[in-house]
Each structure stands twice: as C-alpha cells, then as structure tokens.
Design a protein around this ligand. Structure first.
Ligand code: UD1
Length: 341
C-alpha cells in the first residue's frame, strides 16, 4: 500500500489508536477515525492533528451501528482498516461478559460485513497476549496454545477465529492479528498518552496517578506468585514502538492473503515491583505501595517471543522501561487530569 492511501482506524481516539493515527499521518497516509468515545476523548485527535500538522477525519460512531459504518465507507475510499475499537478491562469483562462479546465480537463481525460490501480486503486487528492465558512455557511464541482465562481474552480469541473463517470464505481477504503484550508509555511530546476515564485498571496509569497525587498508593495485587520477587511479570512495550508496528503492518498487508498472527512485545519480563521502582526513579520519589491479595483472572507471567515478526518484517522495539516511564510521567505532568485539563 502506498502513502496517500486511506486507512480507516476504529477506536482511533484511544491510547494505542491515537499514537497509531499519528504514525500513519507522519508516513503520508490519509486517516479516517471511527470512535464512540466510550473510553476516549476527542481531544486526543485534536492533539494528533496538531502534532502531525495534517488533517484527519473523525466520526462519532459505535462499531455495532451498521448503517452508520456503512455511511463512513461510502464517504471515503478506504483501502485498509485497523480495528482497535473494543472493551478492554479484564475485571469488567468478568462482571459483564455479554457486553464484551457484543462490542468486541459483534463489532468485528459488523465491520467485516461492511468491509465486504465495499470490497475492502485488508485489515489489521488489535489482538492480545491474554489469549495465551496461563502460560505452559515461556517466552510465548504464536504457536503457544490459546488458553484464555477471562471473557475479554476469550472475545479476542473468538475474533481471531471469526477472521480466519472470513478469510477462508473470501480468499482475497488479508488480515493481520497483532497480539500485543502490555502497552504503556506515551508520545515523547507529552501531548498523547493514556487517559482512562475512571480509576485506572491497569498498572502504569495507576502509578502515574499516584505519582501526581491523584491516588494515595499503589496496590500490588499478589506477592506470592512463582516469580523471582513474587509479583506478576509482564512484557511491557512502549506505545510508540507498537504504533510503528502497525504502520509497518500496513505496508505488509499486500504480501499475502489469509490470516496472519504476530506477537508484538519486547521479550523482556518486568515484575510489578520492578515497574513501581522504575517509575519512582523517573519521577524522583519512591511510590508508596502496599501488597494485597491477588486479582482474579491474573496469570503469573507473560513474556513474548517476537522473533516471527522480526524475521518477517525486521521489526523490533527500541524503547526500554526507563523510556516508557519517562514518557508516561511527562504526559501525566503536562496533563495532570488527562485530556480534560
Ligand atoms: C490485561 C490483559 C492484556 C490487556 C490489558 C488491557 C491479561 C493477562 N492481560 O493486562 O492482554 O491488553 O489488560 O487492559 O488478561 N497490577 C497491580 N496493581 C494495579 C494494577 C495492576 O498490581 O493497580 C498488576 C496486575 O495484577 C498485573 C500487572 O500489574 O500483574 C499488570 O496489570 P495490568 O496493567 O492491568 O495489565 P494486565 O492485566 O497484564
């Protein structure tokens, strides 16, 4: 696909979506965003426009609204879609599983049907390492068995199977499912970052809000896991590296048809306590924390084997944990109450 092509980005105002829109604009693509702002702010797109110095078209549309999606495809020469729009909180998914299947699975099915109606044959899908569940063997490559442990993860796994079936039925379809590990960090400008609408579920935005004084202390969910310091280990990846992975994926959509599944991670495991310490070093004060019980649905350790994407596209991450914390802290300082400030 060449620069100048139009890419439709669902969930483009979200954390990963906004950074990816910026990467696409910087590479000369035209970008159309569909987002219902359920967990995102239109302000993020204003910032993307400003940073890119280029326009971007945005629609306030829910993924499950087929007629509205239809109108977007009718108005733009869409060549490929990047599909981020989804619900993503693990704990919430255990309380309201049907909402997760409705938005994540229903939204993906609707999108594929509208794409088919307009002859759009290329899609990148926002998948998740949570599909691997409780890992039997580390690091996790793409052939590791899928053993999702919660409805959020299961919804992503179902979407992958749904897309595989769609590719069998339509041999012209090319889909790349990118299984992200734990995206954190922010754009180095401090203008784009993670801005959860309520109390953060995820560790990094929680640390940032403790550091800025919006929250009292970090709760560490479990210190009795079979890991070196007893806390969970994750593979954190800088959101700008991840956005660049999507931009590269766009270029490779034309390589072959069918469904391809690729991990995007760093291969480096970092424990909860190590991340708490790293963030404290960056912001200049150790963060107060307390050890509490395990969080239901958590698994001890998830670390990526990302050699497949490196071999295929030469993609590898360049930003380490210190950069991830520095950039997240800059965004938090410049936007103490997120995009609302
Ligand atoms: C989960 C999903 C991941 C998804 C992400 C998006 C799994 C295994 N992973 O990541 O695929 O992309 O949500 O929401 O389902 N923690 C604390 N205190 C806190 C918050 C978190 O100790 O206040 C711990 C958690 O127990 C976990 C680690 O920090 O061990 C990371 O948690 P989090 O940032 O929520 O991400 P995951 O649950 O790994």
């Amino acid at each position: 696909m060449t620069n100048g092509s139009t890419i439709l980005v669902t969930g483009g105002a979200g954390f990963i979506g906004s950074h990816t829109c910026l990467a696409l604009l910087d590479y000369g693509y035209e970008v159309v965003v569909v987002d219902n702002h359920d967990n995102s702010s239109p302000m993020a797109l204003e910032r993307v426009r400003k940073l890119a110095g280029r326009p971007l078209t945005a629609y306030d549309v829910d993924m499950r609204n087929r007629d509205a999606l239809d109108g977007v495809f009718a108005a733009h020469p869409v060549e490929a879609v990047i599909h981020f729009a989804a619900r993503k909180a693990v704990g919430e998914s255990m309380r309201m599983p049907l909402a997760y299947y409705d938005t994540n699975v229903g939204g993906t099915a609707t999108l594929l049907r509208v794409m088919a109606a307009y002859g759009v044959q290329k899609m990148i899908f926002s998948s998740s390492c949570s599909i691997y569940g409780n890992a039997l063997r580390l690091p996790l490559d793409e052939d590791s068995p899928a053993r999702p442990t919660n409805p959020y993860a299961r919804s992503k796994w179902i979407c992958e199977q749904l897309m595989a079936d769609a590719c069998v039925a339509n041999p012209k379809l090319s889909v790349i499912a990118l299984r992200y590990f734990n995206p954190i960090g922010a754009h180095p400008s401090g203008e784009l970052g993670e801005d959860p609408k309520s109390v953060p579920n995820n560790l990094m935005p929680y640390l940032a809000q403790v550091a800025i004084g919006r929250l009292d202390k970090v709760t560490v969910f479990g210190a009795d896991y079979p890991t070196p310091d007893g806390t969970c280990v994750r593979d954190y990846i800088h959101v700008v590296d991840l956005a660049d992975g999507h931009r590269l994926a766009i270029e490779h959509l034309t390589d072959e048809t069918g469904l391809r599944v690729l991990n995007l991670g760093t291969g480096v495991g970092v424990s909860v306590l190590e991340l708490v310490t790293a963030f404290g070093e960056v912001c200049g004060t150790p963060l107060p924390h307390r050890i509490a019980a395990r969080r239901p649905g958590d698994v001890p350790e998830l670390v990526a084997d990302s050699r497949r994407v490196e071999r295929a596209w030469g993609w590898r991450t360049t930003r380490d944990i210190a950069v991830m914390c520095t950039d997240a802290w800059r965004f938090q300082q410049l936007n103490p109450t997120g995009y609302g400030s």
